[in-house]
Design a protein around this ligand. Structure first.
Ligand code: 4AD
Ligand code: MG
Length: 477
């Protein structure tokens, strides 16, 4: 906007300049002669201190400067002698853009719990914590597009309404235009529905992304994903964002290389571009851990943890080896896992993933070659007949951050798997066409954006890294 300067653009070199800023009042310290407004416009964690000579302003203006109100301030930027800021604004002219009632405004200038802020999610971006998180989330999004664009990937927009259950987990939200209020107990007649058949919100864009890869070589999707699993945990959302690259001619090792390179790239981008937000979040975490026993604290501060991931090679192990490590662990033998590791073939739970990453290897881990019976139909069978070329990237604090695989490109093998797993060949005949005509080795994976943002910001609950979380029993705003 012409004439207005965003606060993130200011620096001491601008001292002496007349500027206009706009933003929301965080605090107002009023006294007889000189008062101080802390103004934030969301462009940076740093609020701008506006100094007011009280003799210059009439009561009408002063009375409406309150926590939460919005202002336009014109004045001269000057070097500050205060210890908290390098420069400040000498307010000359103030326009009250929007009034606020400081008594009923939910975001008071004090510490609020994350639980409380979730209840006022429409206003929580006005806090330092949440504006930092959403700026970092944006930086991740931008870095992801840049990473793929720089490598010649094509962004494919895959459908949100779909008739196929890509993951075969049956955890889909149905989409209908039928009048549900007027359906009696009888079977639903889907031929009367909008698409003349049952359809749902997508759980993954992968099957469509594969079609793209088998024409454009390297593609990726980046879109909302929906899962109706009733998991009321700190790592699950009913609506989350997933990035799914799909690459022709890649095998599982190429796939792991790309996943590792991408994660390091995004984290490095945030380290390089979101420094003040990270410092803020690191201090917030240190503060909140101050009174906790050692065992409940993070071993290292946030920024150190991010650098560790960027600077160290991820450990790669097969499921077989991970299974042995877990079943032989003291934790398992002493019955300290909620889910005991006893039989080869069981799926790992979050507690097992975190044991591998946080206790055993102390490093991100990629587990590959999982038992075929716990993985989806599209994963490529290994020659041993009992495992598939799957890979999960496991991170500290969040556990599984990426799931992916080399895809079964052999038509006969794929059809056999579909048969075994009750996946309709008729429904997916379009998918099978890529194996019928010019099939090639290919691989891909899915990164959960919120899990990544959780790791980068250190937030404990996934509901705090998406602006408007959807979870069982909760869909507001
Ligand atoms: O492991 P998932 O289920 O893999 C797929 O959907 C594949 N089709 C991906 C592919 O190969 N193209 O999910 C991928 C990632 C998980 O590792 C996790 O980070 C995230 O998506 N995720 C969730 N994030 C938040 N809430 C949920 N309910 C999630 N379910 C999966
Ligand atoms: Mg998975």
């Amino acid at each position: 906007m012409k004439g207005r300067t965003k606060i993130f653009n200011l620096n001491t070199k601008d001292a002496g300049n007349k500027i206009v800023v706009m933003g929301w009042v965080r605090t107002f310290r009023k006294s007889k002669n000189v008062s101080f407004v802390s103004l934030n416009d969301g462009s940076t964690i740093n609020s701008l201190q506006v100094v007011l000579d009280m003799n210059k302003f009439d009561e009408k203006i002063i009375d409406n400067i309150n926590t939460g109100s919005s202002l336009r301030v014109e004045g001269e930027l000057v070097k500050s002698s205060g210890k908290n800021q390098k420069y400040e604004l000498l307010g000359d002219n103030i326009v009250i853009l929007g009034k606020s009632n400081p008594d009923t405004y939910p975001i008071q200038p004090k510490k609020h719990s994350f639980e409380f802020l979730r209840e006022v999610a429409h206003l929580r971006p006005r806090t330092n914590t949440f504006s930092s998180i959403f700026r970092i989330r944006h930086a991740c999004t931008f870095a992801i597009h840049k990473f793929f664009n720089d490598r010649g990937f094509v962004n494919i927009h895959t459908p949100i309404i779909t008739s196929s259950d890509a993951e075969g987990a049956g955890e889909m939200f149905k989409v209908t235009s039928l009048d549900l209020d007027n359906i009696s107990g009888k079977m639903v007649d889907y031929s009367k529905d909008f698409f003349s058949k049952p359809v749902s919100l997508t759980v993954s864009g992968q099957l469509n992304a594969e079609l793209g890869a088998l024409a454009l070589s390297d593609v990726y999707t980046f879109g909302p994903t929906f899962r109706a699993e009733n998991s009321n945990t700190s790592k699950h959302l009913a609506e989350f964002w997933m990035i799914e690259p799909e690459m022709a001619f890649y095998d599982i090792d190429d796939n792991m290389d790309l996943a590792e390179e991408m994660l390091k790239y995004i984290i490095k981008y945030v380290l390089d571009n979101c420094n003040s937000d990270l410092i803020f979040l690191e201090n917030l975490e240190l503060d909140s851990e101050r009174n906790l026993p050692q065992i409940k604290r993070n071993e290292n501060p946030l920024i150190y943890r991010l650098k560790q991931v960027v600077n160290n090679k991820f450990i790669r192990v097969r499921y077989d080896e991970a299974f042995k490590i877990l079943s032989n662990s003291k934790q398992n033998k002493k019955g300290k896992f909620k889910f005991k590791i006893d039989e080869w073939g069981i799926d790992f739970q979050s507690e097992h993933e975190r044991y591998l990453v946080e206790k055993h290897f102390k490093n991100p881990v990629i587990v590959c070659d999982y038992p075929k019976k716990i993985k989806a139909f599209y994963m490529r069978s290994n020659d041993d007949g009992r495992t598939v070329a799957a890979m999960d990237v496991l991170f500290p604090a969040v556990g599984e951050i990426i799931g992916g695989s080399q895809r079964e490109e052999r038509l006969d093998m794929l059809e056999r798997r579909m048969q075994e797993m009750n996946v309709s060949k008729k429904e997916l005949s379009w998918y099978l066409d890529t194996r019928r005509f010019g099939t090639v080795k290919h691989s891909g994976f899915g990164l959960g954006l919120e899990r990544l943002v959780q790791f980068i910001t250190g937030m404990k609950n996934i509901r705090d890294v998406i602006p408007f979380p959807r979870t069982p029993g909760s869909c507001n705003y």
